[in-house]
Design a protein around this ligand. Structure first.
Ligand SMILES: NC(=O)c1ccc[n+]([C@@H]2O[C@H](COP(=O)([O-])OP(=O)(O)OC[C@H]3O[C@@H](n4cnc5c(N)ncnc54)[C@H](O)[C@@H]3O)[C@@H](O)[C@H]2O)c1
Length: 366
């Protein structure tokens, strides 16, 4: 199969859909991989790395789309790419269709086969191609939170790990899923005192088993949250209720109970946020202050660490790319129910119920 890896052209996106290691595996399996010149530059992979792995470098994005049976990328296609996508071409990437009717209509019109990373789903309901980005965001939340606790950037002026004679900072983590666990682990590693809350007792038992003693579990309730925010230096929001907006666990009136300079990092911002005062921010301007509380609400946190994010993402996408290339999309999806859940739009038809529902297009589901 001919596989194309275009350079991401969405604003501020430095990740790339395939590393040289992926090219190596595909060419070993007798596939041809076209990589757009400088596609990996932002993630620290250069043309010569791809060439040495067996790729053919093409100069323009038009050439990559025109030459390929399957496109492997990171973000959803943006307007400039809509007309480059051909009928019967497989496009394997994050799409998030329900958030854009324009994109959805463009992909329907393209008559391509759109397989979305975010809906590839294991039998137990887990989303294997979303996990690595939650891992990155969870770990980053502490790194960013620790930075914004510094006084020159309006934080409380607290060193999370403390020093001999000065107690460590206090971190409250809301949600003990992927984001929450990674955040708790990083904060504990810095020596902070960590409280992690969830409503899932099974998960709290697990956290209690595997975390060190300075990570304390507590059931998530409004009463407990109100109590803990008074003493927290850093609060991480990592809750998720699948298919729903994040619950507002910290309301505006609670900010006055926090100490000035407390930092709150709402990782769940992409699901509407779990703090009432959350507004999505960008890496250029990541924070804002309300009632002396520093809010960090960047919606694409992994974008700031493209090397780590690219490798983490492609580690999990490559096995599916190989399957799609070796078997073709029809057979690969027939034999792999996890992958087949990723089918969103097939040759002009919406085949993923939730997308059609998002736009009230019941008639278009096949
Ligand atoms: N901002 C970013 O760049 C970025 C990157 C990756 C993920 N995310 C987002 O982070 C959020 C968390 O993702 P995840 O992968 O950790 O999800 P997850 O499903 O692994 O974990 C969510 C946890 O929240 C818990 N929860 C639900 N309601 C709760 C409540 N009222 N109180 C406490 N806990 C509660 C659940 O029981 C679950 O354990 C999602 O919204 C995800 O989209 C954001």
């Amino acid at each position: 199969m001919k596989i194309g890896v275009p350079k991401e052209i969405k604003n501020n996106e430095s990740r790339v859909g395939m590393t040289p290691a992926g090219v190596f595996e595909l060419t070993k399996n007798n596939h041809t991989v076209y990589v757009q010149t400088d596609a990996g530059f932002g993630s620290g992979f250069f043309n010569k790395d791809y060439e040495e792995a067996g790729a053919i470098i093409l100069n323009s994005i038009e050439d990559v789309y025109a030459a390929s049976d399957m496109i492997v990328k990171v973000k959803e296609p943006i307007e400039e790419e809509y007309t480059l996508i051909k009928p019967d071409q497989v496009v394997f990437t994050y799409f998030h269709f329900a958030s854009s009717e324009t994109l959805t209509r463009a992909m329907i019109n393209s008559k391509s086969i759109c397989i979305a990373y975010e809906t590839v789903e294991e039998k137990d309901g887990s989303l294997p191609l979303l996990v690595p980005m939650s891992e990155v965001a969870g770990r980053m939340s502490i790194q960013q939170g620790a930075k914004y606790l510094e006084k020159p950037i309006k934080g409380r002026g607290v060193l999370l790990g403390g020093v001999p004679g000065v107690p460590p900072g206090k971190v409250l983590v809301l949600g003990a899923g992927i984001v929450g666990m990674q955040a708790a682990k990083m904060a504990a590693g810095l020596g902070a005192h960590v409280t992690i809350m969830d409503i899932n007792m099974k998960q709290l038992r697990y956290v209690n088993d595997v975390m060190p003693n300075h990570v304390v579990t507590e059931f998530s309730s409004e009463y407990n949250i109100r109590k803990r925010i008074k003493e927290a230096d850093l609060i991480i929001g990592g809750v998720l209720i699948k298919g729903a907006k994040a619950p507002k666990l910290i309301t505006k009136d609670m900010l006055k109970d926090m100490r000035p300079g407390t930092v709150i990092v709402d990782v769940a911002v992409d699901q509407g946020g779990c703090f009432e005062t959350t507004k999505a921010t960008t890496h250029e301007n990541p924070t804002y202050i309300i009632d002396d509380v520093v809010h960090y609400c960047v919606a694409n946190m992994p974008g700031a660490v493209p090397y780590t994010s690219t490798v983490a993402l492609t580690n999990v996408t490559l096995p599916y790319v190989l399957r799609l290339a070796n078997q073709g999309w029809v057979k690969a999806c027939e034999t792999d129910t996890t992958l087949s859940k990723g089918l969103n739009i097939v040759k002009g038809r919406v085949v993923y119920k939730e997308i059609a529902e998002a736009f009230n297009w019941e008639t278009e589901i096949s």
